[in-house]
Design a protein around this ligand. Structure first.
Ligand SMILES: Cc1cc2nc3c(=O)[nH]c(=O)nc-3n(C[C@H](O)[C@H](O)[C@H](O)COP(=O)(O)OP(=O)(O)OC[C@H]3O[C@@H](n4cnc5c(N)ncnc54)[C@H](O)[C@@H]3O)c2cc1C
Length: 411
């Protein structure tokens, strides 16, 4: 039987609320401490895609040349603020080393193990009715304008096959059958039948929080300022006073970096800012997430409208937004879906907590076993959150985690 513990989860994003729900299900007394509103951080405006089959590390063989090309292209999807270079340089070096074939394959294996069961775990966490309301298991498409497969395509397909991922190559005609609105310029694609999307990212986070609350989890609106370990447990100093607990889970997205620093740990997390535009009147233009693989942007049909996401902007989390990034996404949308009528547009920027090898950080503080980290999900927080929460619940219960934490250790 699991010993009941008092657990504080810092951060009410997709990762924090998933942890809260898994912990509440085991009978722990859980409080989610959220500085703002639940689900209104990075988890609010993402591309809503869950990808059992396309969970690739952002670095891959040959990424250096592609990244250099993108960095030099003012209209490209990657931007590095010059003043962020000193802080980001060690991260970039590690990122490029993950692109070596062996490191890339290892990272892929660990990412796949974490992400592949996400749809099943969400169904279990939410219950059938909520799952059916929120999830759209229509698959996902990656599309290309060039017709010939390169060396990397073959490497990627080989890796997917070895890990049992379902995917189908589709030609230009099949692409049009799947998504009639796509530009005729697209020549080929890959269809992932086991992937899909959530119809509204904030509603997913709220739905998980409601389930956790139904099992007794509390929500405290406050900012955690400091975490103090002592022989009696932990004291969290918050903007609403002090909060005592037996264990804490740091799931504060990019802010986990600062909390870790105050606990003597330097996490390899970059602030990788992404943007979206949402076209409220175009939600039925496509029926599943479509990724333009060469330009690295994704279109997803949501309850909120048609959403286009992309851009990797390495800049301070609170630096002003760059309006040009939203314009780039608008251009991408028009090139992908030429008949799109763009009348109303809303835009947004969110901060991905990104590790250089794309693997999240899940596990205990090396000196204080009751302080656990659950962060660094980068581009794949929706896919990675449920298994992260399962591992965290194993660790809090003192069980051997169902998935070894070794690849996700603190680094
Ligand atoms: C443009 C874009 C598109 C994306 N598309 C996808 C996609 O299609 N699929 C996918 O899986 N992922 C996608 N992602 C990534 C995904 O959104 C993130 O991986 C995920 O949201 C991270 O969740 P989180 O819970 O770690 O962080 P967050 O959602 O940022 O939550 C952290 C929370 O912690 C709170 N907090 C911070 N500091 C404190 C403190 N000191 N005290 C209390 N609370 C605190 C914050 O207020 C925040 O609510 C995308 C991201 C972006 C930017």
């Amino acid at each position: 039987m699991v010993e009941r513990r008092i657990v504080a989860v810092v951060g009410g994003g997709i990762v924090g609320v998933s942890c809260a729900l898994m912990l509440a299900r085991e009978g722990h007394r859980v409080t989610v401490i959220e500085a703002g509103r639940v689900g209104h951080g990075c988890s609010w405006g993402n591309g809503a895609q869950y990808n059992a089959g396309s969970s690739f590390p952002m670095a891959y063989p040959g990424v250096m040349w592609r990244a250099l090309g993108w960095l030099c292209d003012r209209n490209g999807p990657v931007r590095l603020a010059p003043w962020e270079l000193p802080r980001t340089l060690p991260w970039l070096v590690h990122f490029l080393s993950t692109g070596r074939p062996k490191a890339w394959e290892t990272a892929y294996g660990a990412l796949h193990a974490l992400n592949a069961p996400c749809a099943t775990l969400y169904r279990d966490m939410l219950g059938d009715t909520n799952w059916n309301r929120l999830f759209r298991p229509n698959g996902a498409l990656h599309v290309w304008r060039d017709s010939s497969l390169g060396e990397l395509d073959h490497l990627v397909e080989g890796l997917r096959s070895r890990h049992g991922v379902s995917f189908e190559r589709v030609d230009a005609r099949q692409l049009r059958e799947l998504e009639p609105s796509l530009s005729v310029d697209y020549q080929r694609g890959i269809f992932f039948p086991d992937s899909g999307h959530v119809n509204s990212p904030p509603t997913l986070v709220e739905g998980l929080m409601e389930r956790a609350a139904g099992l007794g989890a509390a929500l405290l609106t406050a900012r955690v300022l400091a975490i103090q370990p002592s022989t009696e447990g932990l004291t969290l100093q918050t903007s609403a006073g002090s909060h005592h607990c037996d264990a804490t889970v740091i799931a504060a997205g990019i802010a986990s970096r600062d909390l870790a620093k105050s606990l003597g740990i330097s996490l390899s997390l970059a602030s990788e800012r992404g943007y979206h535009i949402t076209l409220p009147e175009n939600s039925s233009t496509i029926s599943r997430p479509v990724t333009d693989a060469a330009s690295a942007f994704v279109a997803t049909p949501l309850q909120e409208g048609l959403r286009i996401v992309g851009i990797a902007e390495f800049a301070a989390p609170d630096a002003p937004r760059d309006e040009r990034q939203s314009s780039k996404l608008q251009t991408c949308a028009q090139m992908m879906l030429p008949d799109l009528a763009i009348d109303k547009v809303t835009d947004w920027m969110g901060v991905r907590p990104s590790t250089p090898d794309s693997l999240p950080i899940i596990g205990p503080h090396p000196k204080h076993a009751s302080i656990l980290f659950a962060t660094g999900h980068g581009h794949m927080g929706i896919s990675g959150a449920p298994m992260t929460a399962a591992i965290i619940s194993d660790l809090v219960a003192g069980r051997t985690p169902r998935l070894s934490c070794a690849p996700y250790r603190i680094r």
